[in-house]
Design a protein around this ligand. Structure first.
Ligand SMILES: Cc1cc2nc3c(=O)[nH]c(=O)nc-3n(C[C@H](O)[C@H](O)[C@H](O)COP(=O)(O)OP(=O)(O)OC[C@H]3O[C@@H](n4cnc5c(N)ncnc54)[C@H](O)[C@@H]3O)c2cc1C
Length: 457
């Protein structure tokens, strides 16, 4: 049994959302922390993150930010989005996310958020950051970490550690050393769809070209386009589509094909981006995968946190929220068992892994909902019914989307609850096409049998 820091320096590998937030939590507990990040300092060098420029921040992320005193600072740099703006059949339909005006998600710049977290961590005076330090090995026998400037594997620095937190993202290098040491395993489930980011520029006068207060979706069945506003007046637009087959990334290889594709499928969007084809050909095509890991820790010496432990596809806008909530729950475990870090780590994984697996599943399901469900009449009726039942029985019914995005209910409990609610919606909507035809007396009895909603954690 040992306290954190008793056996040597506390090192966090990776200065993304999980690493910088975790460092801040640990500093608030009174610990000295060394953060090593492979890339240059994004506050000083304009680096291409290589993936999403802005992210949807929801309640789970905000609760963690509130814990470390940053909720208001971050809120000030976000663009709130109150629902989906669905572009289909030449019309734009607004689908609010919930009944409550507080049910909004927030578009935030990945790099600006990261900069706020790093600044706050350093401002504690307990966190030291080291950039351009790529970790490629944990030596548990000698208790040293091996770093190089990225790609320069011969230029090696060794750093001693007592406990290392692996926050080095979905493609974590150090996960492999952790799993070798603890006999655990991981699965990587690649998605056969990829993504491409584009920028929809501000209007000539500097304003937004489309409404900024909704998450725009152009659902097209097998693929979709989404757009999230940035405070500067532009939108980050992402095309998600199959990697192969007709209407896939493999067919969009030249300007003619790209322009024809966008004009056919997204006629209200294409004219808003004059250099569409050029952007498409210049920007990388990203790949997506779900990573599930069993064996997150090595006694009190190492723990994987964030995407390194559990990476999910982005269709619920939850990967970062999940990572931030993981930091909050880990902080709680460490405060509960300050004298037995190994037990805190083991308990953290035992409690968190089922929830990480649950949101991984829900994120995959949400892709189908976003690209096809939002225009399916059966889905729309069930959604209308869910909102009506939520209005009538707020202590018994909550839409799955809302439970994921606007609560801290454990994801596993949300998934299980949503499946039971879905059975109720199906029973009530079979053979009907309009909300007026629903038998609300039967609904009241079925809803009552559901029992209370899961508690927040
Ligand atoms: C297209 C896309 C859209 C997304 N949209 C959303 C969204 O809307 N909402 C949401 O909640 N989530 C979203 N996500 C998920 C979100 O980006 C991640 O879940 C989140 O960034 C995880 O944070 P992290 O700190 O664990 O990992 P990362 O943010 O990946 O940070 C890992 C850090 O470690 C560094 N690093 C890597 N290897 C090493 C090494 N060997 N040594 C040292 N440093 C290293 C990296 O440079 C990086 O800074 C999206 C993801 C994608 C791909």
């Amino acid at each position: 049994m040992s306290e954190l820091g008793a056996n040597g320096p506390i090192v966090v590998v990776g200065g993304g959302q999980a690493g910088s937030l975790l460092a801040l939590y640990l500093a608030h507990q009174g610990h000295e922390v060394e953060v090593y990040e492979s890339r240059p300092d994004l506050r000083r060098v304009d680096i291409d993150a290589g993936r999403s420029i802005n992210l949807a921040l929801a309640t789970r992320g905000f609760v963690a930010l509130g814990d470390v005193g940053l909720a208001e600072t971050v809120d000030a740099i976000t663009v709130p989005m109150a629902g989906r703006m669905v572009h289909a059949d030449g019309e734009v339909t607004f689908q609010p996310y919930g009944l409550d005006s507080d049910d909004v998600i927030h578009s935030v710049s990945r790099s600006d958020l990261n900069a706020i977290l790093l600044d706050a961590a350093e401002a504690t005076g307990r966190v030291t950051t080291h950039f351009e330090h790529w970790c490629h090995r944990i030596d548990f026998d000698r208790m040293v970490l091996t770093f190089s400037p990225f790609g320069a594997i011969d230029d090696v620095t060794e750093v001693p550690f007592g406990t290392v937190f692996g926050c080095d993202g979905a493609n974590s290098e150090i996960r492999e050393d952790v799993l070798r040491a603890n006999g655990g395993h991981r699965t990587i489930e690649p998605l056969d769809h990829g993504y491409k980011e584009l920028t929809l520029p501000p209007s000539a006068g500097g304003g937004f070209r489309i409404d900024p207060h909704g998450l725009h979706i152009w659902p097209r069945g097998e693929f979709m386009l989404i757009a999230l506003a940035n405070p500067e007046g532009d939108f980050t637009v992402t095309l998600f589509m199959p990697n192969t087959g007709p209407d896939s990334f493999e067919t969009l290889v030249d300007a003619d094909a790209i322009e024809a594709f966008f004009t056919k499928w997204f006629p209200d969007f294409a004219p808003l981006v004059p250099d569409l084809a050029q952007q498409f050909l210049t920007n990388p095509t990203g790949s997506l995968a779900t990573v599930r890991t069993t064996g997150w820790s090595v006694d009190d010496r190492a723990l994987l946190v964030g995407d390194a432990a559990h990476a999910i596809v982005p269709f619920h806008g939850q990967g970062m929220n999940l990572a931030m909530e993981s930091c909050r729950l880990l902080d709680r475990e460490l405060r509960r068992s300050p004298d037995d870090i190994a037990a805190a780590f083991a308990s953290f994984e035992a409690n968190r892994k089922p929830d990480a697996d649950a949101i991984a599943d829900m994120a995959l399901e949400n892709y189908v909902e976003m690209r096809a469900g939002v225009i399916d009449p059966a889905y729309l009726l069930a959604r209308e019914l869910a909102l009506e039942l939520e209005r009538r029985h707020p202590d018994r019914v909550a839409a799955r989307y809302g439970m994921v995005m606007f609560t801290t209910m454990p994801y596993g409990a949300v998934k299980e609850r949503a499946e039971r609610q879905k059975e109720v919606y199906t029973a009530l909507t079979t053979d009907i096409t309009a909300l007026d035809d629903v038998d609300f007396e039967l609904a009241a009895r079925l809803v009552d049998q559901l029992g209370p909603l899961p508690e927040w954690q």
